[in-house]
Design a protein around this ligand. Structure first.
Ligand code: XIL
Length: 357
């Protein structure tokens, strides 16, 4: 598809422009499923300064058949588009260290007589090739995604970690290879993160501490920020109690010298009954409370949503549906590309954020 450059800077009142007045950048995930929709591209160009390919850079997308074949077609389309439009690009992700999301071939491949060496070779070649292909076009990489079990806080095992002897062996190699390939890129460990999940938070802190002790080059913790609105709780789940727990966690992370990015914000409103206005107010309230707290940390540089419109959100495919059968209202724009109050909540939080310019 030929894409003519249209705008090189987002309009003055865009979310990205509001963020930039405070030294923050705003953007969205976009996948090849919605990219052909000109209305979606219009929204990106009107509001965003950054994009992140939703699935196209994942290991299973780049190597659909096995580790030796690379397919960059879909990722290149998004990277070329962003480059032509002056949008910055986040890379997501070099390894999704979660058994459900590793490429299927990783489970069945014969790694030969020296499996640790063979997996190290596959991983090194993957990280090095992907990073160098895009070089500085991608300013930050989620090098590792979701390596800590969200229920237990224990490190996840995959076929790679079993072959290499430990999850840390895989993660450390991925970060070291990325740093060598793209030395100026901001390297991120990305995970769900939730103030309620103390086991998970503890596991992530332990991992981040281990990175520091082993001298692994990790710059930033990516806070995915897939929020769920909970009726009956202050700010629909982010009241003073939750804020205290969240600040405790962020204090510990930033105390180790890590920077922060909000990488995948959206709000699941499955549990909120009522009409659109009621639901939208809940989603906006939670968004504002969460962002106001999190953006009070000057270490946060970037706010990404996981989709600009309800029409294409991954959350519409969740197994758990709303009781009234309605689609979710989880993104800043509705299914008809009209802004809802979540958009204003993001604008207000970005505008109110302390300056890091
Ligand atoms: C999701 C995509 O949105 C879906 O299209 C895909 O089927 C599964 O992955 N955390 C992440 C993202 O880090 O990569 C996930 O994206 C959403 C949860």
């Amino acid at each position: 598809m030929a894409i003519a450059p249209r705008v090189l800077a987002a309009p003055a009142n865009s979310l990205d422009a509001i963020g930039q007045t405070k030294g923050l950048r705003f953007g969205t995930a976009v996948g090849m499923g919605q990219f052909p929709d000109a209305r979606y591209r219009g929204l990106i160009e009107a509001e965003c300064g950054v994009i992140v390919p939703e699935n196209e850079l994942k290991m299973h997308a780049i190597h659909p058949n096995g580790p030796d074949d690379f397919d960059f077609t879909r990722a290149d389309t998004l990277v070329d588009y962003a480059t032509a439009h002056g949008l910055k690009i986040r890379g997501h992700n070099l390894i999704w260290h979660h058994p459900e999301w590793m490429p299927k071939w990783s489970e069945t491949l014969d790694y030969g007589p020296k499996p640790a060496e063979r997996v190290a070779e596959i991983l090194t070649r993957h990280v090095d090739t992907v990073c160098k292909r895009y070089g500085e076009k991608i300013f930050t990489w989620d090098v590792v995604n979701e390596a800590v079990d969200n229920k237990t806080g224990v490190m996840r095992e995959t076929a790679f970690s079993k072959a290499m002897g430990s999850p840390e062996a895989v993660l450390d190699l991925a970060f070291r290879t990325a740093r060598a390939a793209v030395p100026r890129c901001e390297l991120v460990y990305n995970d769900y993160m939730n103030w309620d999940a103390t086991g998970h938070c503890g596991g992530v802190l332990h991992l981040l501490d281990g990175f520091r002790k082993r001298g692994v080059p990790v710059d930033t913790l990516g806070l995915q920020s897939h929020l769920s609105a909970r009726p009956g709780l202050p700010h629909f789940g982010f009241g003073p109690e939750q804020e205290k727990a969240w600040r405790g966690f962020l204090d510990a992370v930033t105390g180790m010298g890590y920077k922060l990015q909000i990488t995948e914000l959206d709000v699941n409103d499955t549990a909120v009954p009522g009409d659109f206005a009621t639901r939208d107010a809940a989603v906006a309230d939670l968004t504002k409370a969460y962002l106001d707290c999190t953006l009070s940390y000057p270490q946060v540089s970037t706010v990404m949503v996981w989709g600009m419109t309800d029409r294409y959100s991954w959350l519409q495919h969740n197994k758990t549906k709303r009781e009234d059968g309605q689609p979710l209202r989880c993104c800043p724009y509705d299914a008809d590309f009209k802004p809802h109050p979540m958009r204003d909540a993001i604008a207000a939080s970005l505008g109110d954020a302390r300056s890091r310019v």
